[in-house]
Design a protein around this ligand. Sequence first.
Ligand SMILES: [Zn+2]
Length: 150
Amino acid sequence: MFRESVVVVSEYERVVHSPTQEIRLPSVLALKEYVPSVQKPAFTRFNLFLRDGFECQYCYDSFKANDLTFDHLIPRSRGGRTLWDNIVTACQVCNTRKGNRLPQECGMTPRREPHQPTIYELQRNGRKFPPNFLHESWGDFLYWDSELVD
Ligand SMILES: [Zn+2]
């Protein structure tokens, strides 16, 4: 934020102080290249997990980002693409259990139909978490914020 490489998209009510200034804690940051809120959010792990509320879409449990992975609804081996509408957040256990099967083959249907989220939707989801949660979950900025490729 202070290097001005990111823009604050959304803030928490909570305020933090430095010796010289007072700022509201940001809850959602965007890299400048991605910024305009009319644009679609970048397809990153972090945004994917945020879309799904850091909740495994199969067992409905909540996890920290490090314990989550992403699952292809239609497995890659069966022609599934790495796109917003074919990817859901899953815990390691569910991801392994589902393996290379289609949802109808294993009876594992995601809680919510995967979809391309809007920036507003991600902002709304981001505000549901306490300030430190997302910060701690997001240990490796480059990893979580690298664009997923199909
Ligand atoms: Zn799970």
